[in-house]
Design a binder for this molecule. Structure first.
Ligand SMILES: N=C(N)NCCCC(=O)O
Ligand SMILES: [Zn+2]
Ligand SMILES: [Zn+2]
Length: 328
């Protein structure tokens, strides 16, 4: 079957949903071409079907494909950022990484190696998880490509700077402690956004502060409002290379029921999208959307929220990249 894609700006875009029903065919993110259908990419969306690092409900291994399915309704122009990301740069779906579900160390190595391979030509990644364990190898690759430690904006109900679970160092509750220990984060510019819920003890917060994290809690977002939060975050990040990690459980369970460790009192999807859009112009070098667990989702609520988050991340990156066609 002919694919009938939108081609604009010299880039192969999504299948045209005005000519091919959007509910038909195999799902790629936003109906974009697969990596093997394009000559080169500026941004690749890639899946990591891995959830062997979870401490509670499993199922995030199915997250990436759920987000792809829920992304069929995305349209090519993003009015909130006034950008047509698929026209401005070449975006493609790189499929899924083949990660070992039985060996977490090997899985982490695979994610790091695949991320480095995909970014060797300057391509930027928006990764669909998978559980939050995968942020560590993705950050390793991002800082290697940036040539320096990177700033981090971490949207999550949880700190994910805990030390070990059952003696295990590599889990979905520990990636950012490991990243600080490894020196791959610029600790002048690392922040959590949306944290809430019970902790193991006050030491969790003391450790986290010692690592250098700033915290904008879910309550701060509600009480201060998104504009003040955006100003605080931008101030801290400046022009540093920035990695954004979005754990979908940053949203209230009403906005994202399909996740493994839900906490009450979270942000709305509107607040999250508004804060992300407030990052326009920053040097976004990589991003992930993790912890989508479709078995607990209803009516694609979580899938739709995650697909819009990923779309805005792609839009921010595209907006900030000079289209190669305009360089020459
Ligand atoms: N990264 C996510 N989603 N959750 C971490 C929860 C760790 C815990 O069970 O305490
Ligand atoms: Zn979380
Ligand atoms: Zn997390």
């Amino acid at each position: 079957m002919e694919e009938l894609r939108i081609t604009a700006g010299g880039h192969l875009g999504p299948i045209d949903s005005a000519r091919v029903p959007r509910y038909s065919g195999a799902a790629t993110f936003a109906r974009l071409p697969r990596l093997d259908q394009v000559d080169r990419t500026d941004i690749a969306v890639v899946g990591v079907p891995f959830d062997s690092g979870v401490s509670y409900r499993p199922g995030a291994r199915f997250g990436a494909n759920h987000v792809r399915e829920a992304s069929r309704l995305l349209r090519p122009y993003n009015p909130a950022l006034d950008v047509s990301p698929f026209e401005r740069v070449q975006v493609a779906d790189a499929g899924d990484m083949a990660v070992n579900p039985f060996n977490i160390h090997e899985a982490i190595e695979t994610v790091q190696a695949n991320a480095l391979e995909l970014t060797a030509d300057g391509t930027r990644l928006v990764t669909l998880g998978g559980d939050h364990t995968i942020a560590l190898p993705l950050l390793r690759a991002a800082s290697e490509r940036a040539g320096s430690p990177v700033a981090l904006l971490h949207f999550d109900a949880h700190l994910d700077t805990w030390d070990t679970y059952f003696g295990a160092e590599y889990t979905h509750g520990t990636p950012f402690r490991r990243a600080v220990e490894e020196g791959i984060l610029d600790t002048e510019a690392i922040s959590h956004v949306g944290t809430r819920g019970p902790l193991y003890g006050v030491k969790d917060l003391e450790d986290d502060r010692r690592f250098g994290f700033g915290i904008v809690t879910s309550s701060d977002v509600f009480r201060q409002g998104v504009d003040e939060v955006i100003a605080r975050l931008r101030d801290r990040i400046g022009d540093r290379p920035l990695y954004v990690s979005v754990d979908i459980d940053v949203l209230d369970p009403a906005h994202a029921p399909g996740t493994g460790t839900p906490e009450a009192g979270g942000m709305t999807s509107r607040e999250l999208l508004e804060i992300l859009r407030g990052l326009r112009g920053l040097n976004l070098v990589g991003a992930d959307v993790v912890e989508v667990a479709p078995a607990y989702d209803t009516a694609e609520i979580t899938g739709v929220a995650a697909s819009h988050v990923a779309y805005d991340l792609v839009s921010l990156m595209a907006d900030n990249l000079t289209p190669p066609s305009k360089e020459s």
